[in-house]
Design a protein around this ligand. Structure first.
Ligand SMILES: O=C(O)CCC(=O)C(=O)O
Ligand SMILES: [Fe+2]
Length: 360
């Protein structure tokens, strides 16, 4: 399918209809207690929600103990980098202003390096695994490998992610309370079908919206919309994976005070995104609880934007209650970088591989 028109897209009829099931994870033999019949006692239950549009949400992905250990480890990663430890085995820390470099956080005034004490509300990222260069459109294997403790989490995805789609890249992000990431679609060509995000710390809503032709224009516009002012805070010779792992759309959130001087193109996008009230459009929010795994595949991965609004509260879509964002959030985004960079999805409107075939 090449250069599909928007009218040809076959959207699922009821994107948010879903099934839910419980998956029991037994304790590992090293942690569990041996019962009299030789089985391992204990374990925990995951709740797995599978939506028609390809979103899979796994609540309580890890046991409480594993989750607490992981959160400490992730916090330490940012602290070590903040303290400026230079090592050829350590990644650099980058301070990102958006999913693809667009501004949407409230305060972009200075360069912040401290996840815990800083007044900054800028998102920061640490990258592990193959890097993708957006100017050459090639992936480079010479990067900091994914550490063992993250590989252990990837191992646990085997219940849902086919073996051939095993991810090889992880980006850890720190979101100070109230910060977010602009709506974007992760680039089709360089990343495999599964885009996976594990949430830690503060609970936030993730926003989803069906993409439009204007979004496609933005995706295939010159690279200015993908680069952005990412600041490396380490003098290490190692470069970071660009924060622009995706095409971001500059859509200021409800209570963002960002005053970025948006281009005509950005303004067109904003108009497009808000052409209908959220209640009438495909716009939809899903709460991401700490210790949940959010897996985007199929339609939602290729043809919907996802993002997190920069704001201090969320409305819980189930209870309709306003909930204050209380804590900083951390996430680990997992992707498989595809060195050949070809995508054959059914959503050619937003597919850089398929647009290129005809456009070059
Ligand atoms: O932080 C998250 O949960 C999502 C991040 C994301 O969408 C991205 O890095 O592309
Ligand atoms: Fe993303």
């Amino acid at each position: 399918m090449v250069n599909t028109k928007i009218e040809d897209i076959k959207w699922v009829q009821k994107p948010w209809d879903h099934t839910s099931r419980i998956n029991h994870i037994p304790l590992s033999s090293t942690r569990g207690k041996l019962a009299s019949d030789g089985s391992i006692e204990g374990g925990h239950n995951q709740e797995i929600l599978e939506f028609e549009n390809g979103l899979i949400l796994i609540n309580d992905f890890l046991s409480n103990e594993e989750y607490d250990e992981l959160l400490e480890k992730i916090k330490d990663e940012f602290i070590v980098l903040k303290e400026g430890e230079e090592s050829s085995l350590k990644p650099t820390l980058s301070s990102d202003s958006g999913g693809g470099g667009e501004k949407n956080d409230k305060d972009n005034s200075s360069n912040h390096q401290t996840p815990k004490k800083s007044k900054s509300i800028r998102r920061q990222a640490i990258h592990y695994g193959p890097k993708y260069d957006y100017t050459t459109n090639h992936a480079s294997p010479n990067s900091i490998p994914v550490p063992k403790y993250i590989e252990d989490i990837i191992d646990k995805m085997i219940i849902i992610i086919p073996k051939n789609n095993r991810v090889n890249q992880a980006t850890i992000q720190f979101y100070p309370t109230g910060s977010g990431i602009p709506p974007h679609i992760d680039t089709h060509s360089c990343f495999d079908e599964y885009i996976i995000s594990f949430s830690l710390g503060g609970k936030v809503n993730m926003s989803f919206q069906k993409a439009t032709p204007v979004i496609a224009q933005k995706m295939f516009a010159p690279r200015r919309c993908l680069g952005g002012p990412t600041t490396s805070t380490s003098a290490s010779s190692l470069s970071t994976t660009p924060s622009a792992s995706a095409t971001s759309l500059s859509v200021p959130s409800t209570n963002s005070s960002s005053s970025s001087s948006s281009s005509v193109q950005d303004q067109a996008l904003e108009k497009d995104m808000h052409s209908k009230p959220e209640s009438e459009s495909s716009y939809h929010e899903i709460p991401l609880k700490p210790n949940s795994l959010c897996i985007m595949a199929k339609e939602i991965r290729y043809a919907w934007t996802h993002g997190i609004k920069s704001r201090s509260t969320d409305v819980n879509p189930i209870t309709n209650q306003i909930e204050k964002r209380l804590d900083d959030r951390y996430s680990i985004t997992f992707r498989k970088v595809d060195f050949d960079g070809k995508c054959n999805c059914d959503y050619g409107v937003w597919c850089d591989s398929q647009q290129k075939k005809d456009g070059e």
